[in-house]
Design a protein around this ligand. Structure first.
Ligand code: FES
Length: 571
């Protein structure tokens, strides 16, 4: 087979003035001339940032990667891209996912590289990098930062999901300020991203089940030396992938996407998975609809006993056999012939995997919960869809009829939640408007609203809650999310009034507002679209171009891919 000319040689292989320019400034880093003579150039797309603490160990991890790339005869060149730290970025990291993906796409295409390693960790850093790289379609491998070690507090293991419990206990006066502060330091006690199967680990599992990383990428703890070994081996592998011309589009296919949906169900993964995978598929030009998530996951039970759907942490899942062992349990349902980053078929990667602990990894016959995937609801309250995670919900609330208690926006919710006069009972349905893609803007993780104080004081732990926002991957409750179309653009959610009856029926996948069409039309006549007050800059561009939740919240103009070719050449 004739060897394909390296893309980087369009820069470094040139003769005369142009080649001089492309090489000379690179040489100020001390690179000898022979490195420019036909070695595969591997870009290391690094989301290291001290403002993204989940990715703060990435400089060290990049060194392990580089060792692998050098060993395989490649030439590693590391570059920074926008890094999104979930906890610090205001108003919400999701507002900037598309911006970061544009940074990644343009940085890869514009520069001399033959292959890319995506260094991902905290929630949005994975989808933004995968979306951007998919739009260019070079040989690409993902190295995740790995989960944190589980926290330890007062003799027990803790993780991000405990934050909601601590907050409720603190609110009720059951946890002192001193203990609340001590819990802070005890929870995030090591490098890495959140310890449960939150969005970050859901995303790491997504890339592994898609085949975009080496096996075990999703679960090796960040602090475990084997994480560096995985980075080293990924460095070796990406050089081989360039030689084999194994591109992202060879791995990211409709079949691998269906695998990822099934694996996410088996893990009880985050609802955010839907938005990000829809956006990734859109970049690759692969047909995928919100209904596919229900269709390909309803028959999958909960196989992994990991928080928030189960009891343990991602670290424990690694010790029990990791994702390959989980995939083996549902292998009869997966497409085993999909290609993965190590050059093997998915089946070859998982069929010999072993489970070391049945308290962590169940079987199809003996799962931890019978229903796991993500339920997609339809009805007059969400004609384009809404989602709910049954494994995180209260079974007795999955069929529920209650009267709406409406919060017009997040400020209204904060102001009135604990008002003793709030007309709410445990049977009410809490409705939060204007937290969707355009309405907030950026679709924040506020959908799992705290319960009103007067309800908490009755010992009630869960109520039906509905919004056009998102929920943290570590959140739980009977929470309907991603209502589409959103209220800010006139979806029926905008028309709900206090006291309206709402019917949720998860087994039958419906969500309906019991208000007549005539009455809805009357209310619609006086609906005023939200005035957001952003008239310039990125946020204005976001509001103008963002798609709805059922389409992945990507920009309409980013669908489809542009590929790796640079159309103009100024030298
Ligand atoms: Fe970064 Fe949870 S805050 S993964």
């Amino acid at each position: 087979m004739e060897e394909k000319k390296l893309r980087s040689q369009e820069w470094f292989g040139r003769k005369g003035k142009d080649g001089f320019i492309y090489r000379a400034w690179m040489k100020n880093q001390g690179f000898p001339h022979h490195l420019f003579e036909g070695r595969p150039v591997i870009g290391i797309c690094n989301t290291y940032s001290e403002l993204t603490p989940c990715n703060a160990h990435f400089r060290e991890l990049a060194e392990a990667l580089k060792r692998g790339i050098w060993e395989a005869g490649g030439f590693p060149l590391e570059f920074p891209v926008m890094s999104l730290g979930e906890c610090s970025i205001k108003p919400t990291a999701m507002l900037f996912r598309n911006l970061a993906s544009m940074d990644v796409e343009e940085s890869i295409r514009a520069n001399p590289m033959d292959g890319v390693v995506l260094m991902c960790g905290c929630d949005k850093t994975t989808p933004s990098l995968v979306m951007g790289a998919a739009s260019v379609n070079l040989p690409t491998i993902v190295v995740s930062g790995g989960p944190m070690l589980a926290g330890r507090f007062k003799g027990r293991k803790i993780g991000t999901s405990d934050l909601w419990r601590f907050a409720e206990e603190f609110k009720k006066g059951e946890l002192s300020q001193e203990d609340f502060t001590a819990a802070e330091a005890a929870m995030a006690r090591s490098q890495g991203h959140c310890a449960p199967m939150g969005t970050a680990s859901t995303m790491a599992a997504m890339v592994e089940s898609l085949g975009l990383s080496l096996p075990d990428n999703a679960t090796i703890p960040a602090a475990d030396s084997r994480r560096k070994v995985l980075a080293h081996m990924s460095g070796i592998r990406i050089v081989e992938m360039v030689k084999e011309d194994l591109k992202m589009s060879d791995i990211l296919t409709r079949k691998s996407i269906e695998n990822a949906i099934m694996v996410n169900a088996a893990l009880g993964g985050s609802t955010n998975f839907i938005l990000h995978l829809l956006a990734i598929a859109g970049r690759m030009g692969i047909e995928l609809s919100i209904d596919d998530f229900d269709k390909h996951s309803t028959h999958i039970p909960l196989i992994a006993n990991v928080q928030p759907s189960g009891e343990n942490f991602v670290e424990d899942l690694f010790y029990a056999g990791g994702l390959p062992a989980v995939m083996k349990e549902i292998s009869s349902l997966l497409h085993l012939d999909t290609v993965t980053a190590n050059g093997k078929k998915l089946g070859e990667n998982v069929l010999n995997a072993e489970c070391w602990d049945r308290n962590l990894i169940g079987t199809l016959e003996k799962p931890f919960k019978p229903e796991s995937g993500i339920a997609v609801l339809k009805g007059n309250l969400c004609p384009e869809g809404a989602v709910l995670k049954p494994s995180a919900a209260t079974p007795s609330l999955l069929q529920h009829r209650g009267q709406a208690v409406v919060f017009e926006d997040i400020d209204d919710y904060k102001k009135r939640l604990d008002d003793p006069d709030l007309d709410v009972t445990p049977d009410s349905v809490m409705v939060l408007k204007n937290v969707g893609p355009r309405g907030y803007p950026g679709m924040p993780e506020v959908g799992n609203m705290q319960l009103p104080m007067k309800i908490i004081q009755q010992g009630v732990k869960d109520m039906v809650r509905i919004s056009d926002g998102r929920m943290s991957g570590t959140g739980y409750g009977t929470v309907v999310l991603h209502v589409s179309p959103e209220s800010a653009i006139g979806g029926n959610l905008a028309l709900v009034q206090n006291g309206d009856w709402i019917q949720l029926d998860v087994p039958n996948r419906t969500l309906n507002l019991e208000v007549s069409d005539e009455e809805l039309a009357k209310r619609r006549a006086s609906f005023q679209p939200l005035q957001l007050g952003y008239d310039r800059g990125y946020v204005n561009m976001f509001i103008q171009n963002v798609t709805q939740a059922h389409e992945g919240v990507d920009f309409d103009f980013l669908k489809g891919a542009s590929g790796p070719v640079v159309k103009r050449d100024s030298h």
